[in-house]
Each structure stands twice: as structure tokens, then as C-alpha cells.
Design a protein around this ligand. Structure first.
Ligand code: NAD
Length: 569
């Protein structure tokens, strides 16, 4: 029996274990082996109506659940229907093979996924009691596996990330209408995310053509979901009807939360915040989606810096789980918890960060990428670094990521920045940009991208450019093993995390793990860099860090790892 809002599922695999109380033996007897593989291996959440259709529940109680259940039981008149006595529906082996292949691919062959498939497919030839005993044994083994510890760690880190001790007692402000300013890449993604969460959205632009393009992008997104069968047409129409587009700033007056996503330029943003300040209602939360600008300088353009926070979404904004909530000097606690609550309602992982260049995520990632560039300069090829880190579990290697996002933004930022002349500087990315290799969009970056959508191809021209850069510095290339690559990349992240904690930009060590896993493709089943650091232990890490500092050369700032590892959580 299910109440209408019930969600049915067996999410154990997402925690590195398998269902341990008969789930792998009973579910196939109801829905068949292929569907059981799909459900258990993905941790799919099946809504009540679909559960009824699949035979997972007998009835959905439209009113009183208990009374309906009692009435239903009476109707059965003592008849028992034991799942254990049911036969497993016979299935074509091709169908089982298909479900297995898909589950292994999506589950990256994680041990719990493999074990779940074995347990489920065993139902075709192993009796119920033996199947139960086998399931139990596997469950017990996986429960104490490293992977299960790591996934539990990440689970609790994510659960805690939206609750911050420093904001205890603050109550989120009510939000019904979300205004998004700027209908570009980020603005339209943020609008979709808010519409999906049931908010009314006002999309505002300065430019009629840009507004039209943004609205068209949003419409195309919903049309695509309808076409793929992920949403029905009337559902899409309901969501789209909550979107309102406008060029008239006076309409901002009715917004409870304003999210600015205009060009990344302080002057432009300050001017936009002045205009928001002039029309927004008192108490509205005013947020900026800036990636690198100083939130306090933006807030200073308004008469109400206490209402200003950062909401740093990641691209694509309607897909990426991470959302950084930036605390400005004057941000009021209730404005910040409004941001955290919004993140939860958008089904994101909101993390609180201080207002410092790059916040938590981009700063960690910059340290990681810098270390990877060091390794290329010393003798590894970009494709070797990418392959080693992908084998560790990253969704993509750092150089493939750089090509995807484009090398030019960082190039321009480096040109504008003043840098410590003594610090080690790798010229390779600059040389690539100077050669017009700005990444995937120009058909070439660290890799070559031939026409026709073929993926990254290793490019001899890049090897030559790198060899030249090494020779210019008088460096003798040496071979780096995959172990060294992974260890240095992780240590660089851990070291930066220690610095961020010491500076108070990150308040909690576990937030670092949430950021890396949800925003940067760090493998969830490895727990996160702080989890990894805990495993290595403080003494080994101190040695590692001295080693890393020696290899990284001048300009490397070592953090205090004890601080990182003794922080609560
Ligand atoms: P974009 O160029 O795609 O879109 C910006 C939009 O803002 C344009 O449609 C433009 O017409 C509009 N705009 C500019 N000035 C305006 C004004 N004064 N009033 C109203 N609208 C105005 O840019 P984007 O990639 O969506 O980035 C927007 C913001 O999000 C930037 O601050 C950027 O740093 C940040 N951000 C971007 C990414 C990313 O990966 N693209 C990720 C995180 C954060």
C-alpha cells in the first residue's frame, strides 16, 4: 500500500552495498530480472503510480492510508501471497545482457554493482533460501569495504553541507518568484532549474534579441525532454507557463530573490546591482552568479549589502549539482540560509564559501590543474596525465576539461593578473593559445578535434610545442609513473584545501569533498580528497607534502595539514 507521494526504490548500491534483506531475491520475482537490475543498480526512485504499474505496490490510497490498507487486507481474507513462492518471470537472455551492460557502464563496474547483478541473476537458477543466504554474505562483505566507507562519508558530507553551525537559528526568507537577470548560457540554465523546482521565474534582459534566444533555449530544453519521454507535454506546459520574460526592470519589484547572471565584468555587475537596488522590494535577496569577482565590491553598489549573497552555479546550471553560496562581509545569515534552502529545493548540493578569489571550487581546481601542468613540463604528456586521473576515477582528465571549457578565459586572466616573478610558471598553455589552439571550439587545444565529432586525438604538434617549452627552460624530461601523477594531483588539492580552511574560506573540511565530487567530477566512491587524506594519515601526508613542495618549485605554499585533518568532520 502506498500513499500518493510515496517513492519506492532500493538505493543501497549508491552506498556501496547491495540490498541485504532479500531485495535482490524478491524484486526480480515481481518485476523480472532486467528491470530489477536497472532499479537496484541505479538506485532508481520509482514514484507511486509507476510502482503500482510495476506490481511493486497493490494499491495507492487516495485518502486514509491505514484505513485503505485494513480494508484491502480484509478483502484478501487471510490469503497469503508470499513473494518467495513466486517464479521469476522468464526473460530473454539478450534482455538480461542489455540491462547488465548498461548497469555496468553507468556504475563504472563498481563492486556493489557487480555483486548486485550476480545476486539478481542468480534468482534464475538458485532457490530462494540459498539466494537469501548468498545475498547476506555479500552484503556483510561489502558493508565493511573501503568503497562503502567512502560513499557513506560522502553521503553524510552532502547531508551536512546545507546546514552550517555558523548560521544556526537563521530562518530562510520566503521565495516564490525568482528573477534571473541575463538570459545567456547560465541565466537560461538557472531559469530551467528554478522552473523545475516549481518556482515562478522572471527572466530579464537588456537586449531583446538575447532575451528571445534565452527563451527559445528554455523552450527547446523542455521540448527535448518531452521528445525523450522524460516529461509529458502538459507537464512541460505547466512549467513553461510559470516563466515570464521581460525587458522592463520595474517588474523586478515583485521578485523575492534576484539572481544576476550578466557578463563577468565588475563595472557591468555594479551597474546592474544599482538598478536592482532601485526597484527590488525591501527584504528581497539579491544574488550574483559571479565566478571570480569580489562579492563585496558588487554589494557595495547597493544600499543593502546585507541582502547580497553569491550563488555560484556551474555550467550547465540545470544539470550540475554543485552550487556555492558565497558569504560577503555584510551578508545577513537569513539571506545566506535562503540561498542554501534554494539550493536544496533545486536538488543541488549547496556549499557555503567565503568571498575569496575562485571561492572553494575554482581555487582547488586551479591548484590541481597547476600541478598537472608541472607534471607535463617535467615529462608527462597531457594524454598520460588525463588517462591516469581518469583511471583513478575522475570523469575527465584536466586537459580534456581545459579543451572543453576553452583555454582563452584563463589566458586572459593570466595576462591581466600580476604574478610573483619568482614563482614557477608553465608557459605551455600560453603557447597553445598563441598558436590559436583555444580548445575544442577551435578544433584544437591540448588535443586535436577532427571534424565529424570524433573525440580528442593526440596531436604530435602539441608534443613538439611541449618539448620546445621544456627545452627553453633547459629541463630534461623524465618519465612519470601513473602513481606519481595521481598522488601529486590529489596532494595538490589536499594542500589547497588546508589553505582554504586556514583562511576560513571553507568552514568545514567535508565541504571540500562535496565540492570536488559534485562540481569537478571527482569519483564519489573515493569519498573526496579529504577522505583520501584521512586514509593516508597525517605523518605520511607531511612527508608527501615536503616531496610535493620540492617538485613544485618556488612559489608553492604548503598548508598546515594538521589543521585539515583535525578539523571536526
Ligand atoms: P553569457 O554571455 O552567455 O550571458 C550573459 C547575458 O547577460 C547575455 O545574454 C547578455 O545580453 C546579458 N547581459 C549583459 N549585460 C546585461 C545587463 N546590464 N542587463 C541585463 N542583461 C545583461 O554569459 P554566461 O556564461 O551565462 O555567464 C554569466 C555569468 O555567470 C558570469 O558572471 C559568469 O562568470 C558566470 N558563470 C559562468 C559559467 C560558465 O561556465 N559559463 C559558470 C559559472 C558562472
Amino acid at each position: 500500500m502506498a500513499a500518493p507521494g510515496t517513492v519506492v526504490g532500493l538505493p543501497e548500491v549508491t552506498l556501496g552495498i547491495i540490498p541485504g534483506a532479500g531485495g535482490t531475491q524478491r524484486l526480480p520475482r515481481i518485476v523480472g530480472i532486467p528491470r530489477a537490475i536497472r532499479m537496484i543498480c541505479s538506485g532508481e526512485r520509482v514514484p507511486a503510480a509507476a510502482a503500482l504499474e510495476a506490481g511493486l505496490v497493490d494499491q495507492i490510497a487516495s485518502s486514509d492510508l491505514r484505513a485503505t490498507a485494513v480494508a484491502h487486507a480484509r478483502q484478501l481474507r487471510g490469503e497469503k501471497r508470499l513473494m518467495r513462492e513466486r517464479d521469476v518471470p522468464s526473460t530473454q537472455s539478450a534482455e538480461v545482457g542489455e540491462a547488465t551492460t548498461a548497469a555496468l557502464k553507468a556504475g563504472k563496474r563498481r563492486p556493489a554493482v557487480l555483486a548486485a547483478i550476480d545476486a539478481i541473476t542468480a534468482t534464475a537458477h538458485v532457490g530462494f533460501d540459498d539466494g537469501l543466504a548468498d545475498e547476506r554474505a555479500v552484503f556483510q562483505r561489502l558493508r565493511v569495504s573501503r568503497e562503502a566507507f567512502a560513499l557513506r562519508h560522502q553521503f553524510f558530507a552532502e547531508r551536512d553541507s546545507a546546514k552550517h553551525p555558523s548560521l544556526d537559528g537563521a530562518v530562510p526568507r520566503a521565495v516564490e518568484l525568482v528573477a534571473v537577470i541575463g538570459a545567456g548560457t547560465m541565466g537560461s540554465g538557472i531559469a530551467i532549474s528554478a522552473l523545475d523546482a516549481g518556482y515562478r521565474v522572471l527572466l530579464l534582459e537588456q537586449d531583446a534579441a538575447a532575451l528571445e534566444r534565452g527563451a527559445a533555449r528554455i523552450h527547446a530544453h523542455y521540448a527535448g525532454r518531452v521528445q525523450m519521454g522524460k516529461l509529458n507535454a502538459s507537464g512541460a506546459a505547466v512549467l513553461e507557463a510559470r516563466l515570464q520574460t521581460s525587458l522592463d526592470w520595474a517588474e523586478l519589484a515583485s521578485a523575492d530573490l534576484v539572481i544576476e547572471a550578466v557578463f563577468e565584468d565588475l563595472g557591468v555587475k555594479q551597474q546592474v546591482f544599482r538598478r536592482i537596488d532601485a526597484v527590488a522590494r525591501p527584504g528581497a535577496v539579491l544574488a550574483s552568479n559571479t565566478s571570480y569577482l569580489d562579492l563585496d565590491a558588487i554589494a557595495a553598489a547597493t544600499s543593502r549589502p546585507q541582502d547580497v549573497i553569491g550563488l555560484h552555479f556551474f555550467s550547465p546550471a540545470h544539470v550540475m549539482k554543485l552550487m556555492e553560496v558565497v558569504r560577503g562581509q555584510a551578508s545577513a545569515p537569513d539571506a545566506l540560509v535562503t540561498g542554501l534552502a534554494l539550493g536544496k529545493r533545486l536538488k543541488k548540493r549547496p556549499v557555503l564559501t567565503g568571498n575569496a578569489f575562485g571561492f572553494i571550487g575554482n581555487r582547488l581546481y586551479a591548484a590541481y590543474r597547476r600541478q598537472c601542468e608541472f607534471m607535463v613540463e617535467e615529462g608527462a604528456w597531457p594524454e598520460q596525465v588525463d588517462a591516469a586521473l581518469q583511471a583513478f576515477g575522475f570523469a575527465m582528465g584536466p586537459f580534456a576539461v581545459a579543451d572543453l571549457s576553452g583555454l582563452d578565459i584563463a589566458w586572459r586572466m593570466r595576462q591581466a593578473a600580476t604574478r610573483d616573478p619568482r614563482a614557477r610558471y608553465v608557459h605551455i598553455p600560453d603557447r597553445l593559445c598563441e598558436a590559436g589552439r583555444l580548445g575544442r571550439k577551435t578544433g584544437a587545444g591540448y588535443y586535436r578535434y577532427p571534424e565529424g565529432g570524433k573525440g580528442p586525438q593526440v596531436d604530435e604538434a602539441v608534443h613538439q610545442l611541449i618539448a620546445q617549452a621544456r627545452a627553453d627552460k633547459g629541463l630534461q624530461p623524465r618519465e612519470l609513473g601513473d602513481d606519481e601523477i595521481v598522488r601529486r594531483a590529489l596532494l595538490a588539492i589536499v594542500n589547497e584545501a588546508a589553505l582554504l580552511l586556514a583562511e576560513g574560506v571553507a568552514e568545514r573540511a567535508t565541504d571540500v569533498d562535496v565540492v570536488l565530487v559534485n562540481g569537478y567530477g571527482f569519483p564519489r566512491w573515493e569519498g573526496g580528497p579529504v577522505f583520501w587524506a584521512h586514509e593516508r594519515g597525517v605523518d605520511a601526508l607531511q612527508d608527501d607534502l615536503r616531496w610535493l613542495a620540492g617538485l613544485s618549485g618556488p612559489g608553492f605554499v604548503a598548508g598546515d595539514l594538521r589543521h585539515l585533518l583535525t578539523t571536526e568532520n
